[in-house]
Design a protein around this ligand. Structure first.
Ligand code: DHK
Length: 149
């Protein structure tokens, strides 16, 4: 079987502090826990797993994914609601994109209700908590297999 192109799992600002950041919202699991669950859920699929607090770096990671990835799972965190540059980068990706949020952003303050990323994402998952990431990974592999965008 030909080697699968990798799944890019990209995380935005402040998620490096997962487990210590507003645990009443984001829980006590760490991003390292999340990475392990994602790699396990991906099975034979190679995974690129990154986190950055820099909008520029996140966009560079999306550009890399445009050329290298089978699918993108992205938690853009606060850039979800603010970054037209990130939206423009994601629009260039021809594979499936799952937008993921640990919390149910629609149940939070209104400033978290209008996602720019959702206007190009194939699917959106929000509110499952950090343990939702592996579900999103499995969903992404199915979207890739189905040739969805
Ligand atoms: C994470 C963040 O950092 C927030 O800025 C988003 C998202 C919600 C999450 O639930 O994973 O609004």
């Amino acid at each position: 079987m030909a080697e699968n192109k990798p799944l890019y799992i990209l995380n935005g600002p402040n998620l490096n502090r997962l487990g210590r950041r507003e645990p009443e919202i984001y829980g006590y699991y760490t991003l390292s826990d999340v990475e392990g669950w994602c790699r396990e859920a991906a099975g034979d699929w190679p995974v690129v797993f990154r986190q950055t607090n820099s909008e520029e770096r996140l966009i560079e990671d999306v550009h890399e994914a445009i050329d290298e990835a089978a699918g993108i799972l992205i938690n853009p965190a606060a850039f979800t609601f603010t970054s037209l540059a990130l939206l423009d980068a994601l629009k260039m990706f021809t594979g499936p994109i799952i937008e993921f949020h640990i919390s149910n952003v629609h149940r939070r303050e209104p400033l978290y209700h209008k996602s720019l990323v959702s206007t190009t994402a194939t699917a959106v998952m929000a509110g499952l908590g950090a343990t939702g990431y592996p579900h999103a990974v499995r969903a992404l592999t199915l979207l890739v297999a189905e040739g969805r965008r």
